[in-house]
Design a protein around this ligand. Structure first.
Ligand code: XMP
Length: 519
């Protein structure tokens, strides 16, 4: 969308490092718009974007190997400040005539960095020594002409170097990760002081501007949106509703694998009694899904069936609606980057993109109003638009829903059991205030039935597994340290209130080796 064109922008050039999205997020946290591009992007294209600054990220390569990811030397003479991080710093030195070699010792983890030039604009106001996050095998053994060393560590003679006259800055450590104590300040110094950005990228104007743009782009076209009740599709739907009103139809498919009362919550917000002026269609397709899932136990097959059935139901509804000009997708920036369209880190999580596009629906164009935003920015827009907090701060919930939280065959009865147990667990987590810190938590139904006693009777019932993780990126996760009393209350309530459960487990496995979902 072209609203971003008018904004000053910083470009992150991606060399394949693991923290690259974090770099862009930090820049956005300075209220400066930022986009990620692969190092393969032609120089002309970068010049045409008129960036106010360029940041080169870390990456897995060594600059001196033949297949290394490189950049054109002209990148450093565009008259635009450049900050190189880790591999980006080594590459800057290598391209401009310095030397990079294999270090005698790998430096990894929190490291004391001694600032040699406290007057450096990058380190302004930061006391030396300062703790920084290091992760490198190679090191800069000789700096390029015109540079001076501005920081070092016990093992690394060049932890930072700069040629302030040319606006070139090289940092061996990672200011973008939170382990670097003053990392955010360093990025802010670069973006605001060195690049001279004014920091006027605001989520508040984003909503109004986007609504205006959608209105003029769509005119009186007909728009269709598949609403899941998740943050992204909800925010996208509200933007569209505000832009085109009744020309937007939201189809919400209740596949019978949602959490307890979730379908009603979505209907409360988007349905005819809610605050928005749109057409809302709720499809209660529970039976259709349960029928398809009968007898199926293999997780990937369940995912596939649920994804495909979802598309079929959606198509059936679209047929009833008739003409569709635009299809709304709740794509967000990490989806763009991860599918290889933005940066270099193409980690495609295929199993997460169950289904794909409904090929039956005949539409002119896709509308993706959140394509340039990170998740936390989407939430900000949602709050600005007045979407209820329980929707805006919702945890991630997998597309296949409870289908992958019920191990083995899915049945209506099992869905009821896991929904009830999950609702109790969520209540107890909220009471304990743990909902504010845990990233994702839920109850799952294991396939284990075992013997118990209830009153004077012998039972043969299911075991519920509770799971709760703390994570930043959902790629790795730690288990939440839930106080024993909370676990005990949850267990007691589940046993007393949910029929056919006679054991409750708490899964204390981190990811890896486990995953967040049980299937
Ligand atoms: P895992 O289980 O892979 O989960 O550790 C990482 C994150 O992804 C979510 N997840 C899914 N989301 N469809 C989705 O839309 C899926 O099939 C799926 N599987 C896992 C999971 O909830 C967690 O947030």
């Amino acid at each position: 969308m072209d609203h971003v064109q008018q904004h000053e922008k910083v470009i992150v050039i991606d060399f394949g490092g693991q923290y690259n999205q974090l770099v862009a997020r930090r820049v956005r946290e300075c209220s400066v718009y930022c986009e990620i591009y692969s190092y393969r992007t032609p120089l002309e294209q970068i010049r045409a974007m008129q960036p106010k600054g360029i940041i080169l990220t870390g990456g897995p390569n060594s600059v001196y190997t033949p297949d290394a990811a490189v950049c054109s030397p002209e990148l450093f003479s565009l008259g635009v400040p450049v900050l190189g991080l880790c591999y980006g710093a080594q590459l800057m030195q290598h391209v401009l005539g310095g030397q990079v070699e294999r270090a005698p010792e790998r430096e990894y983890g929190k490291t004391e960095v001694i600032l040699d030039e406290p007057k450096s604009a990058l380190f302004d106001g930061i006391a030396s020594p300062t703790t920084c996050w290091m992760s490198h095998n190679d090191y800069i053994s000789r700096i390029a002409d015109g540079f001076r060393v501005t920081a070092h560590t016990a093992n690394c003679p060049v932890a930072a170097a700069e040629d302030a006259a040319r606006g070139l800055y090289a940092i061996q450590f990672h200011p973008e990760v939170l382990h670097t104590e003053h990392g955010f300040e360093m990025i802010r110094h670069f973006v605001l002081d060195i690049c001279g950005c004014s920091g006027d990228w605001r989520m508040d104007d984003f909503a109004e501007r986007t609504i205006e743009e959608l209105r003029s782009r769509i005119g009186d076209g007909k728009v269709l949106c598949a609403l899941s009740g998740g943050v992204d599709s909800s925010v996208a739907a509200v933007l569209l509703a505000k832009a085109v009103g009744k020309n937007l139809t939201c189809v919400f498919v209740d596949h019978g694998l949602l959490r307890k009362n979730e379908g009603d919550m979505v209907e409360e917000v988007f349905g005819p009694n809610g605050p928005y002026d749109l057409q809302f269609v709720r499809v209660n397709a529970q039976e259709r899904f349960y029928k398809k899932l009968a007898g199926v136990t293999e997780p990937e097959r369940k995912r596939k069936i649920i994804g495909e059935e979802f598309i079929r139901v959606f198509e059936d509804e679209a047929k009833k609606i008739g003409r569709v000009d635009y299809l709304v997708q709740g794509t967000i920036y990490p989806d763009v980057v991860e599918s290889g369209l933005g940066g270099e880190s193409a980690t495609i999580k295929s199993h997460h993109n169950v289904g794909g596009l409904p090929d039956y629906v005949d539409f002119k164009e896709i509308v993706e109003p959140l394509r340039n935003l990170f998740k936390d920015e989407v939430r900000k827009v949602g709050r600005h638009l007045g979407i209820p907090e329980k929707l805006v701060s919702r945890q991630p919930f997998p597309g296949p829903g409870l289908g992958i939280r019920i191990i083995g065959e899915v049945t209506a009865e099992k869905v009821r059991i896991v929904q009830d147990a999950d609702a109790i667990f969520r209540e107890e987590m909220e009471k304990a205030g743990l909902d504010r810190t845990a990233s994702q938590y839920y109850a799952a139904l294991t396939n284990l039935r075992s013997v118990g006693v209830m009153g004077d009777e012998r039972t043969y019932d299911y075991a519920i597994a509770l799971r709760s993780v703390n994570t930043v990126d959902f790629m790795t996760a730690d288990v939440t340290e839930i106080p024993y009393t909370v676990l005990k209350t949850t267990m007691n309530r589940i046993i007393n209130e949910v029929e056919h459960v006679n054991r409750v487990f708490y899964d204390i496995t981190s990811k890896p080796p486990a995953t967040i979902e049980l299937e």
